[in-house]
Design a protein around this ligand. Sequence first.
Ligand SMILES: [Zn+2]
Ligand SMILES: [Zn+2]
Length: 344
Amino acid sequence: MRAVVFDEVGQVPTVREVPEPECPPGAVVVAVRATGVCRSDWHAWRGHDPVALPHVPGHELAGEVVRVGDGVVRVRVGDRVTVPFVCGCGVCDYCRAGDAQVCPDQYQPGFTGPGSFAEQVMLPAADTNVVVLPDEVGFVEAAALGCRFATAFRAVQVHGRVAPGQWLAVFGCGGVGLSAVLVGRALGARVVALDVSPAALERAAELGADETVDAADLDAAVARVRSLTDGGAHASLDAIGSPTVAAASVRSLRRRGRHVQVGLLLGADAATGLPMDLVVAHELEVLGSHGMAAVDYPAMLDLVRRGELAPAALVSRVVELEQAGAALAALDHPGPPGITVVQP
Ligand SMILES: [Zn+2]
Ligand SMILES: [Zn+2]
C-alpha cells in the first residue's frame, strides 16, 4: 500500500510503498478515507515528540473497516469509523472506568505506531477505541473529530464546564482553538478568541466568536479580556501550547475560573511559570486535557448529527496523499486558518 514516510527528523515526508498492516487479535485495519494534518504530527516530525524511524504520521482519521481481528465483537467489516488519537488498552482500570484517554498502556497511531497518512492503518483494542460514525457524518468531517475537535469538546464541556452566558477565552485559533469556539457557542457560552493572526481572528468571528483580541502583546490582551468579560473569563484555554500563553490564560480568569491546557508543552516548554499566587488567591483550577475517550463520542456525534456542531466548517483544504508531506512541513510557518485534510 502507499504511505507517507519520513526517515529522518525534519526531512520532508514522501509517498512510498510499504507493507499492509497486520491485524492482531482485538484490532481492526481501516482503509483511510480522510486524515487531518495536525500540529501534533508536526511536533513528531520536528523531533519534539520522538518517534521510531522510519515513521508514518497521522492520527486524525476516518475510514472503512477492511479487516477485523480475532475477538472483536462490536465492529464489523464495512463499518464507517473514526477513533480517538489515544487508543486505550481496553483492560486497565482507567479504560474500564471510561478514561481510555489517560490509559497508562495507550497506543497512539502516528506516534507509538504507524499512522493514517496511508491507505490503511491498524487500530488496537477496537471494541474500546473504534467509534462507528452516524450516516450523516462524512469522512472528511469525521477526520476533524478524532483529535482537535474531540479535545476541544471535552476541554470546554467537561473541564471548562462553561454554562450558557458564561465567558470562554480561547488563546490560539488554529484547529483546536477554532473547534473550541464552535463548541463554546454551541453550549451557549460567550466566546473571546485570541490570536496574533488577523486571518485566524476573522475566521473565529465567522464561526461565532463574540469578541476577538489581538494577542501580539499578551499583557494588553489579558487586560482586554478582563475588561470585555467584566472581570475575567469563567474558563480559558491555551490552545497553542506555550508557557507565556498558558500564563496569560490563567491571568485572564475571574475568581474560581478554570484554565484548561490543551496545546502541548513539550521539552523545555513543559516547565511553565504559571502564576500560582493567583491560582491560590482566586481559587483557580488548572486542568489538563488529553483528548476524549471513544465512550464519550456519542454525545458529541449526536450534536454533529443534529447540526448543532459543524466540524466541517473547520476544514479549509482537502489534499491528496502526495501533498501530505508538504502540508506537514508547511506548519513550520503560520498558514491560513482551518484544518487541512488528506484523502488517501
Ligand atoms: Zn487501558
Ligand atoms: Zn491531532
